[in-house]
Every structure is written in structure tokens, then in C-alpha cells.
Write a protein that binds this ligand. Sequence first.
Ligand code: ADP
Length: 533
Amino acid sequence: MRARPWLIALYFTMHLALDAVSYVQPVLKLGITPLSPQTGLVLAFLYAYRGNFWWVAAAFLASEIVIRGIPMHFWILPLQVISITAVYQCAAWLLRKKVPIVDVATLSGTLKFIAVASVTAIIAGTASVGLYTLASLVPADQFASVLARFWVGDLNGILLLTPLLLRFADTPLLLRAIATRPAAFAGVLLGLLAAFTLVFLVGNPGDLRFFYLFFVPAISAALIWGIPGFLLAALALQISLVVGVQRLSEVAPLVDLQFLMSTLLVTGFALGAVVTERENSARLALQREKQLRDSEANLARASRAATTGELASTLAHELNQPMTALVSYLRASEIMMADGSRNDARLAPTLRKAADEALRASDILRRLRNFYAGRDPQLESLELPPVVEKLVEALRRSERVGVESIVLHIDRDLPTVRADRVFIEVILSNLIANALDATAGRPDPVIEIAVRRSEKAVHVFVDDNGGGVSERVRSDLFKAFVTSKSDGLGVGLAVSRSLAEACGGELRLAETSLGGAKFEFVLPIDSERRESP
Ligand code: ADP
């Protein structure tokens, strides 16, 4: 992306301004200073906006002309400007390809960035100082020392400004971080001021022994706020170095300080990266956790929505039986009362049965509603045999066709189970209703209900000698709306299984002994009761 004209103008101005303010202690006629913050700007600009080679070269040239007053041979200047721009263009390309600036938030990304910055500075320095030496502007014996000065200036410029400019978007985050720790911020600021006072204002002018004091606030900032905090502290430090050195221009060689500064930059950068990386991974972990919680909640909502649909059909299915019985009892009562003169002795028990069925219907409704509303089933310690017997008895009373074929086998001394009474009734009624459907029309229908115990559970088997489960539905037997009956809803087994599971039990198809279909309903033994004497 090419930069817009106003951005180019801004870049140009900043380039010249940075070069001007850092034009401190130049050596030789070339004006090589130990600080070149503009290199950080150049790299950031070329990284963010491709295809601006000539603008950057022009800025370098303008800066040489304006600030140094064309101190070189006229042919050296364009060569030097073009070569140094080419080096930065390559560095920007390399960073874009291999070390995107966002990676500077990790330790490995930061170390790679430092490596790219060092190599860029050394190549740019060698190219420039080499040209000066060729043109005899730098004495050959001073090549190494001039190169070192060039290198450290460019390196510090890149390390400090490139990430700061490119990650400027992070600044609001940093400001918020600072606001949350005002005391730490005040401490870092005070530390910088104290170090500045000691290094530049008191003691022997230019006494560099105290420079290490700058490490304390700068490293603290890295440890507290990671890379962005460190960069801001380092920027404040770099500005104070320039200001301080200008005060003591004769005695304090800025180049020495710049080497100390680059050591500090590398150390603080690496430390800051460790802190930033840790913070980011903690934030990521939190985000993941939240996402996980959200998706779990979505899943729960989705399954609740799915079961709401199931609920409507289930209710129709479950209520069918008590409602039919209720209607027939009421019809019978009506007939008994039709002749007002006769007080039929059967009337009272019939009405009581009707009331029982109505109660059962409302109980089913209430429990099912509670279950689907997500409330826990009402688990209680239960003796299974009476529940099974009562249910079969009620079925017999309803005089449904085929109920006479039901045979019960119940083990003695069965332990109690922990379950919801109505859930069990619903499951068993479903299994028996299916068995009755399967054996209807057979000359010798048999439905065997057995209640057996194993080590940890009580098993209820419902076996029949009907036609068996058809292959068409077998694989999806326990899924909702799977039915082979023309008037079936296909929800009985699906709901029964979820009710069994809600009690901590299981419902599955077993191996039939009667030749039809056998279902096994397993309930765990009530462990509290079992362990108590
Ligand atoms: P529905 O009874 O409304 O069809 P269910 O979920 O109770 O719904 O049963 C699903 C299907 O499973 C039935 O349509 C039937 O094909 C099969 N099935 C269930 N119980 C038996 C059984 N005892 N014998 C044969 N097939 C059965």
C-alpha cells in the first residue's frame, strides 16, 4: 500500500525533525552522530507502506542537505542515500515476511527482531562508512570506530522507534494499564528522574558510572507493563540522554552511553517480551475458557430447545393412557347414573378410579414439566417391586387388550434403588405399551416382566414374543420420532432413555428369550441404604 500524500508529508517532517534533534556530537565532517532515531521511523514507514523507496531516499537526501549542509562529495551523497534506503527496504521486506511486528509480543519474535535490527544496522553502516572510506572522507584506520558509532546509532533508533510506531495502536491499552497502576507509574517516573539527576546533574559531569541506575526504572517498566511499558520508559530515557549529553557536551561521550543504551534496550526488550507473552497467554486462556463456557451454554440451550419439541409429543403420548382410562371411567359413571332411580354400587369405585387416573395424569404432567425445565429429578429411595406391581395392576384394571398375557418374575430380597417414582412409571408404561402393541393379535401373547438384581444394580426386563424390533428402526431405536407404527410418535423410547439416565440408570435393548423384543432397564442400587446396617 502506498502512503497518502499527507502521510508522506508527515513522514518527511518527522524524518528531518528526528535527525535534527539527534544531531548531537557529530564526528568528522560527515556529521555521524551516535544516535539516529530516524532509522526507526524509516523502517516503520517502509514496513507499513510498500513502494515508497524514493520518498525515503529523498528524505535521507533532504536531511543530509538541510542538517549537515551537503558535507560530502556530490557523487557520494546519492550513492550513500540509495544504498542505505535499499538496505532498509530489504529489512522491511524481511520483517514483513519473517518477523511480523505483532510477533514482537513474544520472546522468540523479539529476539528475531533484535537480530534483524542488528544486521540491518551493520550492513547499512558498512555500506555508508565503506563509501566514505573509499572517498577518503573517513581515514581507513578510523573505519572500525566510525562504523561502531554508526551501528549503535542505527540499532538504537530501530529498536526504540520501529515497534513503538508500528504498535502505536496498543497505546490506549497501555494507558489503561498505567491508569490501573498509578503508584507503579509514579515509581518508574521518579526512578527515571532520580537516575537523570544522579547521572547528569550531580557528581562529576559526565560520570557514566551511574548510568546503570537507569536500568532500574526501565526494567521495572518492562516487568510491570511488558514491551509497550518498556518502550515508553526507554523513549523517556533516550530523550533524557540527549538532553543530558547536550548539557555536558564536552565531557560526556554520547557514543559510550549509546552502547549502554543498546544493552538496556536488548535486555528490557527480552524481559518485556516474556511478560507480554505471559500476559497474552493468560488472556487467551481466559478467552478460551469463556468461549468454552459460552458454547456449553449454547449446547445446553439447544438441547433444551430440542427437548421442548420432544416434550409436546411426549405429553401427548404419556397422557394418552390415563386420559383414555379417565374418559372411559367417566362414561361408565354417566351410564350408571343415567337411570336416576338406581343407586349403582359400582359408581363410587368407578369414580375413584377416574379420580386416580386424573391424578396420575396431572402427576405425569408436573414431573415432566419439571424435568424439561431442567430441574433435577426427585430421587428417593425406592422398592421397585411394589412400583412394578402397582403399575401392572393399574394396567389390568384398565382392561386393555392383552394385559392378561403379562407375567411377573420378581427376585426376593431386592435392594432399594434411588430413582424418581414417576420416571420409572413412565418408562415401564412405555415398555409395556410397546410390548402390548408388538404382541397384539398373536394367538398366544406373552409379556414377561422380570426384576433381578446384580452386584451394583437392579435390572427390570420387559420381554415379549411379538415380531421383534424391525431392522428399519433398530439402529435409531432410542432416537426421537423413530417409529414403525402408523399411529406412533416414536418418542416413547427416546424419552424413556433420557428419564432412565436422569436417575443414573440405563435403558437398552437386550437378548430376547421369548422371540420378540427384550428391553433392559437398569437402576443403580441405593448405595447409602446398602452400606447402612
Ligand atoms: P412408538 O411406540 O410411538 O413408535 P417408541 O419410541 O416407543 O415409539 O418405539 C419406537 C419403535 O421401536 C416402535 O415404533 C417399534 O418399531 C420399536 N419397538 C419398541 N418396542 C418394541 C417391541 N417390544 N417389539 C418390537 N418393536 C418395538
